[in-house]
Design a protein around this ligand. Structure first.
Ligand SMILES: [Fe+2]
Length: 331
């Protein structure tokens, strides 16, 4: 698919490749708000492993404020450059069970591997210290559809009526990677179901998180829910489902979300501690390929100071390559 030509607001000298090991001169990112409560477009930055610390700080601040930020035309980025940029935000971590495409940290999000994310979720919340940031790069984009939606879980919490905020503050929820995939994907081909069972749930994780997380960098309270939640702790099935639906509806309300139409070369960075996202599965059989690198997070704490707790297994096992997302739960 032809890539539309757009203008990037950078000085031409900034487009030259930096020499190895040397940070580039500080760039001046321009941040333009896209949604009322979430989303911003950043121009004037060529992503890579050599950004000046001031540029990295500006990008990080924009992610914390706007929850998800987008960059166009980052065609120069390959797996290595993607990972090198991720290192400027923190330590890249491997998915606890899904092997990466090439033994590096980049996880393939491929339409032909049955790995469609058309459920609202926060990445890897079935482990305690799930990733702080996810960085998604568009490699092959279908001619239509395949958008990703993000929701701001801080404004979702802040917008709750006070009695519901008080209730949420008191709740905890069990998250697991072992959910009924076949029920969610009745159209899934047998190969996709088999792959899901063999790979994604090779190890069953169960983690109890507070429903309200105090963000470690911004201090904001966020709703920590999404489709890895099995039930609310201490509540029976129907009560649990009703309350989860109630809170989740506030997360997903259109005013609280932003929808991005991908082009090849786009990069999205989101604060995985303050968002949920959803990959729309509406591109038919067209190929959609993205690469995701996640950066390590820390163990959530609730408003009462109580941390998340790994229930199963006894510890997060080492993946085949690098530290697992959530491994710092043991620290
Ligand atoms: Fe995801």
């Amino acid at each position: 698919m032809a890539t539309p030509v757009t203008t990037i607001d950078v000085h031409p000298t900034e487009l030259t490749e930096p020499s190895a090991g040397a940070p580039t001169a500080a760039q001046a990112p321009a941040v333009r708000k896209l949604g009322g409560r979430i989303g911003a477009l950043i121009t004037g930055v060529r992503l890579g492993g050599h950004l000046a610390s001031e540029t990295v700080a500006a990008v990080r601040a924009a992610v914390l404020e706007h929850k998800v930020v987008f960059f166009r035309d980052q065609h120069h980025l390959d797996e290595e450059g993607h990972e090198a940029f991720a290192r400027l935000l923190g330590n890249p971590v491997a998915h606890p069970t899904v092997p990466s495409a090439d033994g590096r940290y980049a996880l393939g999000i491929d339409s032909d591997h049955g790995a469609r994310a058309n459920q609202w979720h926060t990445d890897v919340t079935f482990v305690p210290a799930y990733p702080a940031f996810s960085i998604l790069r568009a490699v092959t984009i279908p001619p239509y559809g395949g958008n990703t939606l993000w929701a701001n879980t801080a404004t979702a919490y802040a917008g709750l009526p006070e009695p519901l905020r008080v209730l949420a503050d008191s709740l905890r929820a069990v998250h697991s990677n072992d959910y009924d995939y076949a029920a969610l994907r009745p159209d899934a081909v047998p190969e996709a179901l088999a792959q899901y069972r063999e790979v994604f749930t090779a190890v069953t994780f169960r983690t109890e998180h507070p429903v309200v997380r105090v963000h470690p960098e911004t201090g904001e309270r966020t709703l920590l829910l999404g489709n890895f939640v099995q039930r609310l702790s201490g509540l029976a099935g129907r009560d649990s489902r009703a309350l989860l639906d109630l809170f989740q509806a506030h997360v997903e309300s259109p005013e609280n979300t932003f929808r991005w139409q991908w082009r090849e070369g786009d990069v999205a960075i989101w604060d995985n501690r303050a968002t949920q996202h959803y990959g729309a599965d509406d591109s038919g059989d067209h190929v959609r390929t993205l690469r995701r690198v996640t950066v390590d997070g820390d163990v959530p704490v609730g408003p009462d100071g109580r941390p998340s707790e790994l229930l199963e297994p006894a510890a997060v096992p080492e993946p085949a390559f690098g530290p697992a997302s959530g491994a710092s739960a043991d620290a």
